[in-house]
Design a protein around this ligand. Sequence first.
Ligand SMILES: Nc1nc2c(ncn2[C@@H]2O[C@H](COP(=O)(O)OP(=O)(O)OP(=O)(O)O)[C@@H](O)[C@H]2O)c(=O)[nH]1
Ligand SMILES: [Mg+2]
Length: 303
Amino acid sequence: MSEEVQAPQRCAIIAVIGAPNAGKSTLVNAASGTKVSIVSPKPQTTRFRIRAVIMRPPAQLVLTDTPGIFNPRRRLDRAMVAAAWGGATDSDMALLVVDARAGMTEALQAIIAKLKKVKLPIWLVLNKIDLIPRDRLLPLTAALTAELTFAETFMISAEKRDGVDKLLQALADAAPEGPWLFPEDDLSDVPNRMLAAEVVREQILRMTHEEVPHHAHVETESWTERPDGSARVDCTIYVNRASQKAIVIGDGGSRIKEIGRRARQELVGLLERPIHLFLNVKEKSGWDESRMHIRALGLEDEG
Ligand SMILES: Nc1nc2c(ncn2[C@@H]2O[C@H](COP(=O)(O)OP(=O)(O)OP(=O)(O)O)[C@@H](O)[C@H]2O)c(=O)[nH]1
Ligand SMILES: [Mg+2]
């Protein structure tokens, strides 16, 4: 009679932090093998903490994607930055994701200054190494390690998935012994209604410029299951001003149509079912200073 010997479970909660646009969400998506967090070339894409559960038996890795940390001005920005730091302090460890091409920026320096006061093991993750020659990585690593002590350093390209598996394996090996916190098939905590709103917001970020992207907020108003297995999804896009509304809608409704087309395509791919997406644009001045809307986003408003 042989008995099956099972390695004890391990579990780590890992905050993914860094400056806006460093590639945190791209890394979390690459790690989880699916899209849990939206990605765009514009800073401040992620607005709240998003959890992804990655299984590397006997380890479970719980990655929390956080908003980029920057100098906040609006009420929404303050709430986002607070959520990012909350993500860091609730964790076993943190990955500091750095855009290797951008190098040592002011935003990064401010994060380092704050991290010095946080008692948390930090791993350095130099990202976007596909964009720069290797010999530029060493001086940057040296500059960073002169400022902070990192338990480990990794060089990756989240977009190309280069080095991501090695990083995940090292995280799994380092995870403390402890029971898994989430069911194995619980990939992420993003409910479908929020996913729909986020996918629409991603297309707004990609298809509009200047002030519009950061003043747009999307809510899923209704989600109706249809007998044929499809779903009707109604989303409202809130913007601050009439001029922004005109930009989102575009000439003769051309832009909103394209935003809807791309978002629907993305949703169908993610949910693997037919979706009928309806978009509506509303002007609501000052929503990003409104406590109610900030709470509706799932962010705590610090007042
Ligand atoms: N070339 C290259 N681009 C990358 C890489 N990782 C991310 N990007 C790009 O960098 C941009 C920002 O990526 P995100 O993942 O949205 O960055 P983020 O850190 O989550 O940004 P915020 O949510 O705004 O804080 C996107 O255009 C990505 O496609 C990489 O390894 N190589
Ligand atoms: Mg992000």
